[in-house]
Design a protein. Structure first.
Length: 418
């Protein structure tokens, strides 16, 4: 990358991050941005700016303010960082649930997507305000047909719905992306990491809507055309997406042989893609020439053996059944450790006594085990569900996937009901 391009990227990022820094409590856009921007301390702790927002929220004891949707939404993004906000949030959202979510003038949180997502994040945090959670689920079920047509509203609304297990059916088209703003393209790129199940549903399988294509489009528009962003939330997603797209471009430029010099992110995407397409591979094994004996996948060991063979096509150092650190007094073996890529691939196959609740429990325990392994930065969990025993595969992917304490988790459920 030339020095001129580096200078342009640095200037764009500086201007965007300065725009973000202008916002503060109680703006929900500021709280949203504090989760979007990759700005942790060196020790991996919460960024200083986010700590300042939390401190300001804790110090804000204005009872009237804590009944307002924007304030409650901002707090929803911060609840995981401070237990001191919980009581005020629960009391405030109980009052919010008494209001009409779809007023004729559209002056409500539902039509302000950053607020909607903040409230959904708060409702999804443990058992906080179960009555409000139930109410918000109903709002999201009724709201899909009411959401404005722009990508910003549709994508953030879909992420909010996914958080509460109400997946919307809407998707994006090439035409949508062609007419989208820079901030909307950046939002979809950010969602692909922060809410992967939502992004995959929105983008579908069209090769023209893959993340690499969106990243190139973003850089062309953000770096070589006048760039204007409306608020801190939009500035944050653009800054994060520009940074990610630039890193991807650098990796592509310097990787002479992708298969032997891939990044952790490349390895993750490849492993996820193999898991997504695994059912197709399994179906093909059952179709043999001249009526020869078919190859079937009957149990979890068959899944492991088959996936191991597929991984061998793409990775050199695969270590099956590596021990993970102890958790809760017990130890477990990983299915596969991709040593060079710092990635673990774990497999499950649903069966009569392994329903959705038990799968979630097992994956949560697996995450706790693997988090302490020095070679595991990413965990790919493949849940093979050929008989469609899972009641809500979208919620399973969304709830367990994410970044937590230095471990990125991606959950793939396949096949899906047609």
């Amino acid at each position: 990358m030339s020095e001129a391009v580096v200078s342009v990227v640095a200037d764009v990022l500086a201007r965007l991050e300065a725009r973000v820094g202008e916002a503060g409590w109680p703006a929900p856009e500021a709280a949203f941005a504090s989760q979007v921007l990759p700005a942790p301390d060196a020790e991996g702790e919460t960024s200083a700016w986010r700590r300042e927002l939390v401190a300001a929220a804790v110090a804000d004891t204005d009872v009237a303010r804590w009944r307002e949707a924007p304030v409650l939404a901002a707090a929803g993004y911060l609840l995981d960082a401070s237990s001191e906000l919980t009581d005020r949030w629960v009391e405030g959202v109980a009052r919010l649930a008494e209001r009409e979510p779809f007023p004729p003038d559209r002056a409500s949180f539902f039509y302000r997507p950053v607020e909607l997502l903040g409230l959904a994040r708060g409702a999804a945090a443990g058992s906080l305000g179960e009555k409000f959670r139930t109410w918000l689920v109903d709002v999201l079920r009724d709201g899909e047909a009411r959401v404005p047509g722009d990508i910003w509203h549709r994508a953030l609304g879909a992420a909010a719905a996914d958080l509460l297990g109400v997946p919307w059916s809407m998707s994006l088209t090439v035409s949508d992306i062609d007419t989208a703003g820079v901030d909307e393209v950046a939002l979809v790129i950010w969602l692909s990491t922060a809410h992967p199940a939502t992004a995959e549903r929105l983008l579908g399988s069209d090769e023209r809507l893959q993340i690499a294509q969106l990243e190139r489009r973003l850089l062309e528009r953000a770096l070589f055309k006048p760039l204007e962003v409306g608020d801190a939330a939009r500035a944050a997603v653009v800054a994060t997406a520009v940074r990610r797209a630039t890193e991807s471009m650098l990796e592509s430029a310097h990787a002479a042989r992708w298969q032997l010099n891939r990044s952790e992110r490349d390895a993750t995407e490849l492993a996820v893609n193999l898991c997504r397409r695994f059912p197709r591979f399994a179906r093909q094994l059952a179709v043999r020439h001249d009526s020869r004996t078919v190859l079937t996948i009957d149990d979890e060991y068959d899944v492991q053996d088959t996936l191991h063979a597929l991984l061998q096509l793409h990775f050199d150092d695969i270590r099956p059944e590596e021990w993970a650190p102890s958790y809760g007094g017990s130890r477990t073996r990983m299915d596969f450790l991709l040593k060079r890529e710092h990635t673990v691939v774990e497999t499950k196959m649903t069966r009569e006594r392994l329903d959705q609740r038990k799968v979630v429990d097992e994956l949560v325990i697996d995450k706790a085990h693997y988090r302490g392994h020095p070679d595991c930065k990413t965990l790919v969990c493949f849940v093979y569900d050929p008989e469609h025993r899972l009641t809500n595969p979208d919620a399973l992917e969304s709830d367990v996937s994410g970044d937590e304490n230095g471990l990125t988790t991606r959950v793939v459920v396949a096949p899906r009901p047609s």
